[in-house]
Design a protein around this ligand. Structure first.
Ligand SMILES: [Zn+2]
Ligand SMILES: [Zn+2]
Length: 239
């Protein structure tokens, strides 16, 4: 091969998988090898009717004891090393090719107990304007657009806004610190758009639930008919 072309190709197609460092050929999804993508275990029912944790057929003990603010929450897969690397590449290295692939995974694994007819609109968790400018895109919005393409349900980005720019919650250790940091971060632009509506709130990841819960609290004040949550991935519960 031409001595100029080889470095160019190596630059465009990174030679090693970012997770397992296996050399990668052209034709694989960039940055992560096929074997790593195949290791993702997609969540399948039976699962808790409310929070979607597997191995429950009705409501799990956690949901029975402390009913959450959402009607139901579904994620496509647990947050394991391949998805951790992929989300990092998408959010912090702005690799659009990974973002597209993640949206395709979500489209291919939409939970069967979520239906387009159940929702009036999809509501991506917003980023603060500063963060949006910095990143150039909102990953939650890209995911919502992917669902909208399949369902034909509108994505609304004009209803819920983030009015405070918070520090990344992953940098805070205690639940209390995270809760305080996010309190008051969201605001509703038009109450009328929420009242009696069936809403699917969408984000890339559900970890401690601090962000989602704060958004839900704000939404509930405007009396929606129901709010469900869909995320690409969720961390495993610690128990
Ligand atoms: Zn790999
Ligand atoms: Zn549950």
């Amino acid at each position: 091969m031409n001595r100029w072309l080889t470095p160019l190709i190596t630059f465009v197609f990174p030679a090693k998988c970012r997770r397992c460092e296996t050399p990668m050929g052209i034709g694989q999804v960039h940055y992560l090898c096929d074997a790593c993508w195949e290791q993702i275990e997609f969540l399948k029912p039976p699962w808790c009717q409310i929070c979607g944790l597997p191995r429950w057929s009705t409501a799990c003990a956690g949901c029975r004891e402390h009913p959450p603010l959402f009607r139901k929450l579904r994620a496509i897969a647990f947050y394991e090393p391949t998805l951790r690397e992929a989300i990092h590449l998408m959010k912090y290295e702005k690799k659009q090719v990974i973002s597209k692939h993640l949206v395709q995974l979500l489209q291919a694994h939409l939970p069967a107990d979520l239906a387009s007819t159940d929702y009036d609109f999809l509501l991506p968790v917003p980023l603060h304007a500063n963060r949006f400018r910095q990143r150039g895109f909102n990953q939650a919005e890209q995911i919502a657009q992917g669902v909208a393409k399949i369902w034909g349900v509108p994505v609304r980005t004009d209803i819920l806004v983030r009015i405070r720019d918070t520090v990344p919650l992953s940098s805070l250790h205690s639940r209390e610190e995270r809760r305080k940091s996010i309190a008051g971060a969201f605001e509703i632009q038009s109450q009328d758009s929420i009242q009696n509506r069936k809403i699917l709130l969408i984000d890339d990841i559900f970890t401690t639930g601090t962000t989602i819960n704060e958004a839900l609290k704000v939404l509930q004040v405007a009396n929606p008919n129901c709010v469900d949550v869909l995320t690409l991935t969720r961390t495993r519960p610690s128990v």
